[in-house]
Write a protein of this length. Structure first.
Length: 473
């Protein structure tokens, strides 16, 4: 962000470079020249033409700046691969692009040319930080370079690995030495993500708990052995959020600014959200929200199981997202039947996402797994009490309400353990009961989350420490 977004990686790739630059580091972003990225990059100029394996035409390397922080950006301009409608990974039909291996192998080769200063930019980084399977070949390709920069690889979601057949490996012209169980071969398939895990100097993921979870068979997707092998060079650093973009005191998308010191103003955002989504306006009705992909990973089916209970309690629920057509239809059907209790918007709207965070009392996030999660952090920032399953980054950011945590002031949400409807309902029931205690106790709980420091500046400082350790390789 603000160049292009399909998920949380976009927020990280936009916010971390800005935070690193604010700490005095020369951090630059490299990504393919997708049409949307071209539209949002400023002051674009062509700095060189690259001849790269797997592409018949010269690849233009563009340079510009993006966003209010004016982050320097390199765009790898290979129109046949990247100038397409649809999102970066999927065609407009929803199908995966058949040539994704070729597309992202080319992108990785271009990134390596920049990293070793063969791209004509007259700039050589000390360290390259690659993210997810699409950039997984960068650490692998750097490993065969002499006098190379150090490398860090971050896993944002191990469920997406970039798997292709052996014929693809051969077609991509990768070093033959990479085809081994210690390299890119994964049960006779080419694994892009193994390029990062096996070859980077340091490997990270986006929360401490997720770093432990993916070293187990339940969450490791067959890579748990490699991650255990690399455990001394593997760690979890919690994502932050951009406190400038997500600031309830200065958010142009919401109806009324508010803060922990002026928490009563939050109710005006509830009334505005109810009005926007066609729900009866009543500041005393408890309002639950959900923002995200409508898929089973996010536990949307569990929310559907308990919706009758929430409706019977007199509360309201609002949804924003898209995904599984069956889940979309189920939500629409419920919204039509209970139009005074359930508001649904299919799709994604950044402004509405801010207004949901500002207007709701509680945020539902019953994910079956969640490497880090950002919405629970946005919720804490906006005084919207999260209800989450104890997994990944949710476990690292949300402290369950209990007599002990209320007494020491650390409680900021409601947490449950089992990925089933009854466990979620118990947590929601506790939230309903706590809300009914009265405004004073709810305000104390909600504002405790608002006072936490979950900013990118804090997270970036941890990355800087890791970078320094990596440079002493």
């Amino acid at each position: 962000m603000p160049l292009i977004k399909t998920g949380g990686l976009a927020d990280v790739a936009g916010s971390l470079p800005a935070a690193l630059r604010s700490l005095g580091h020369d951090c630059r972003l490299v990504l393919p020249a997708f049409p949307e990225a071209l539209r949002h990059t400023q002051q674009i100029e062509t700095i060189s033409q690259l001849r790269l394996f797997g592409y018949n035409e010269p690849v233009n390397l563009l340079y510009g700046h993006c966003g209010e922080h004016q982050i320097p950006v390199y765009l790898v301009d290979a129109p046949h691969f990247f100038n397409r409608e649809g999102n970066p990974y999927l065609a407009p039909t929803g199908d995966t692009w058949a040539d994704n291996a070729d597309r992202f192998a080319l992108f990785c080769r271009a990134a390596v040319e920049i990293a070793v200063d063969r791209a004509g930019g007259n700039w050589r980084p000390d360290l390259v930080h690659a993210h997810d399977w699409q950039a997984g070949l960068v650490p692998a390709l750097l490993s065969v370079e002499t006098n190379r920069p150090a490398s860090v690889f971050t896993i944002h979601n191990l469920a997406y690995q970039g798997l292709f057949d052996q014929e693809t490996f051969q077609r991509l012209g990768l070093p033959k030495s990479f085809w081994s169980p210690e390299g890119l071969e994964f049960y006779w398939q080419l694994s892009f993500i193994k390029g990062g895990i096996a070859y980077a100097d340091r490997v990270t993921t986006v929360s401490p708990t997720y770093s432990q979870e993916i070293q187990t068979p339940e969450y490791g997707y067959g890579l748990e052995g490699l991650l255990q092998h690399r455990r001394h060079h593997f760690s979890g650093i919690l994502n932050g959020i951009d406190y400038h973009a997500w600031d309830p005191e200065n958010d142009p998308a919401i109806a009324e600014p508010f803060s922990a010191d002026h928490f009563t103003h939050k109710r005006l955002n509830k009334l505005a959200l109810q009005r926007e989504l066609g729900l009866p306006e009543d500041e005393h009705i408890q309002l639950f929200g959900y923002i995200g992909r409508l898929v089973e990973q996010k536990g949307v089916d569990l929310i559907l199981q308990i919706l009758p209970g929430i409706i019977d309690s007199g509360a309201q629920v609002v949804f924003l997202g898209s995904g599984n057509p069956d889940l979309e239809q189920a939500l629409k059907k419920i919204s039509n039947k209970y139009h005074s209790r359930v508001g649904v918007r299919i799709g994604y709207d950044e402004g509405l996402a801010h207004r949901i965070e500002a207007g709701c009392d509680c945020f539902l996030m019953p994910s079956r797994f969640e490497p880090c999660g950002l919405n629970q952090i946005y919720s804490l920032r906006y005084g919207t009490v999260p209800i989450v399953r104890r997994t990944g980054g949710l476990a690292d950011t949300v402290v369950d309400v209990s007599p002990a945590t209320l007494a020491n002031g650390t409680a900021n949400g409601f947490v449950f353990d089992q990925a089933n409807g009854s466990s979620l309902w118990q947590a929601v029931e506790r939230a309903i009961e706590f809300y009914q205690r009265g405004e004073v106790e709810w305000c104390i709980l909600a504002t405790s989350g608002m006072k936490q420091d979950l900013s990118w500046e804090n997270s970036a400082a941890h990355y800087v420490d890791l970078y320094r350790q990596t440079l002493v390789r």
